[in-house]
Ligand binder design. Structure first.
Ligand code: NAP
Length: 264
């Protein structure tokens, strides 16, 4: 039997457990189980690895995505750049390698979104991407994976935050407040990515405060929020003719990436 699981402090409802339990059933993977491991502190991780000899892989959730770093033997390049790990592979010699699957989920889903929106072959995508600039709304955990993915895709971006502190200014080369967003910025930044939790169920009447009146059919709105399927941010964009996508595909892709990492 191979064990996979999720570590976090309080694990009430878990997308990952549901996803992998259904996957194992659907794909007739009989020798695998996915369990929840609540750790009061991340210092309990080495004991978990020792006591669970069949453990092959872990997902990591709040509040341990950063705290877990010192407990790992190796960290994948993208995860290092992001500074956060949400997947751990337990190698045959019981060493631990950390990855960030949000990075892969976002990057792959963005490419598919642009590909489908433009009806362009993948081979012409780099040309299209060269013409794109992005706005990243929010400067939290998920925004870091988005930033590194955009850097790797060579899409220039500006971050947008409610407040600019010394810390966020240092971490984000180019940062604006929502009040600074005007017609020129919206015109020159056609990819707008919501990494804030605004609009997520049950607060479905909320959306980031950007000047939606300047959006056009040339814009692409990517919402990391996946519940509801159509957020107010997406509806506002679609109303102006923009192409829109929610965070569901990213969510599934990041889960599948975990599986690929654990089995590679
Ligand atoms: P987080 O660390 O709490 O960061 C969210 C950021 O949003 C904050 O740092 C803040 O940035 C901004 N923000 C928070 N509350 C706000 C408000 N009331 N008004 C305006 N801005 C606000 O959260 P996260 O872990 O990055 O997750 C963000 C969202 O992405 C969540 O909804 C999460 O479910 C979703 N997500 C989806 C996927 C997926 O696979 N689809 C993966 C990861 C996360 P400023 O202080 O700079 O304004």
């Amino acid at each position: 039997m191979q064990t996979f699981g999720l570590i976090g402090k309080k694990l009430t409802h878990s997308f990952s457990k549901r996803y992998f339990t259904e996957k194992f059933k659907k794909e007739n993977i009989q020798n695998a189980i996915y369990e929840l491991f609540e750790l009061p502190t991340i210092a309990d991780l080495p004991a978990l690895i020792k006591n669970q000899p069949h453990l092959k892989g872990l997902n990591v959730t709040i509040p341990y995505k950063l705290e877990v770093l010192p407990f790992l033997d190796n960290i994948d390049v993208a995860a290092q750049k992001i500074g956060a790990v949400n997947v751990i592979k337990i190698n045959d010699n019981r060493t631990l390698t950390g990855y960030n699957s949000d990075y892969y989920g976002f990057k792959e889903s963005l490419l598919t979104f642009l590909h489908h929106s433009n009806r362009l072959p993948i081979s012409s995508m780099s040309e299209k991407m060269k013409s794109l600039k992005a706005l990243i709304l929010g400067t939290g955990g998920a925004s870091k994976a988005v930033r590194v993915a955009l850097e790797d895709l060579e899409i220039p971006y500006l971050s947008v935050s409610r407040t600019i502190t010394k810390e966020t200014a240092n971490a984000n080369n180019h940062i604006l407040t929502y009040e600074q967003l005007d017609e020129n910025i919206l015109k020159s930044h056609q990819l707008v990515i919501n990494t804030t939790p605004l609009g997520m169920y049950p607060q479905i009447e909320a959306c980031p405060e950007i000047p939606y009146q300047f959006l056009t059919s040339e814009h692409y709105l990517y919402d990391l929020v996946y519940n509801p399927e159509s957020t107010l941010f997406m509806q506002n964009g679609a109303g102006k003719g923009a192409k829109v996508i929610n965070g569901l595909q990213m969510l599934y892709l990041q889960a599948e990436k975990s599986w690929e990492i654990w089995n590679q």
